[in-house]
Write a protein that binds this ligand. Structure first.
Ligand code: SAH
Length: 218
């Protein structure tokens, strides 16, 4: 193994222990995915050495790759199993999708900024993430042709929960979404069963805006 990748493997192990396990994430699949996915390859070369730090980082176009702990927390909340089909709104760097792809059968991910969409699609090919399907559009409309989904994750902050996404959830499906104003949000989890939907508040968070038809209008 090259010296560089040994260095990043070491950074990654420390990230999992100090930021993820220490804050109570216990799902073995989530921990293993966080130990495997090379987060430094999802940021610009100049930021690689910071990729495993306890913070979000810029990825261009005023967008960010989420803090590692938030990625782990949202992924654990989705309760994925290997047959699950997952929809992600907000591809960004592709890091969250790569984590999901380790745990689910297939990941469908939507990005509204064309340059990010293209760049990340290329990266998925380069890193052999063949179970990630990408789309360039407004994700607040979901992905009707591929619905229903076992899980839906929104990685940008919404003013409220888009009804259309709830409709595209399968029975027993889980939706995780940050909801609030543009400065701070609550991480909301919805669970759908035959009787309706149950809502849980997982705590505070801060995301860039979900911009679209059923999100913020810029
Ligand atoms: N999951 C990403 C987080 C990126 S930040 C990662 O792991 O890096 C949020 C992303 O959501 C941004 O790239 C932003 O352009 C995108 N976004 C915002 N509104 C959107 C919408 N309506 N549809 C699709 N993507 C959207």
């Amino acid at each position: 193994m090259k010296k560089e990748s040994i260095k990043y493997e070491h950074f990654r192990e420390r990230m999992v222990q100090k930021q993820i396990e220490a804050r109570g994430i216990t799902d073995p699949g989530v921990l293993s995915a966080m130990r495997t996915v090379p987060r430094h390859l999802f940021v610009d070369e100049a930021l690689m050495d910071q990729a495993y730090g306890d913070f979000p980082l810029p990825i261009g176009d005023q967008q960010t790759i989420s803090q590692p702990y938030i990625v782990a927390e949202m992924t654990e909340a989705l309760q994925l199993s290997e047959e699950d089909r997952v929809l992600e709104i907000g591809t960004g760097s592709g890091y969250q999708a790569a984590i999901l792809a380790k745990l689910a059968y297939r990941v469908y991910t939507i990005e509204r900024i064309h340059s990010l969409y293209l760049k990340t699609r290329k990266l998925f090919d380069k890193l052999y993430y063949y179970n990630i399907v990408t789309k360039y559009s407004d994700g607040t409309a979901g992905w009707r042709d591929e619905s229903p989904f076992d899980a839906i994750i929104v990685t940008a902050g919404a003013p409220d929960i888009p009804e259309v996404l709830v409709n595209q959830l399968a029975v027993h499906g889980r939706l995780v979404i940050p909801v609030g104003d543009q400065y701070s949000q609550s991480l909301i989890k919805l669970y759908k069963d035959e009787g309706g939907v149950r809502e849980t508040n997982l705590g505070g968070c801060r995301f860039v805006k979900l911009v679209g038809e059923c999100g913020w209008r810029i």
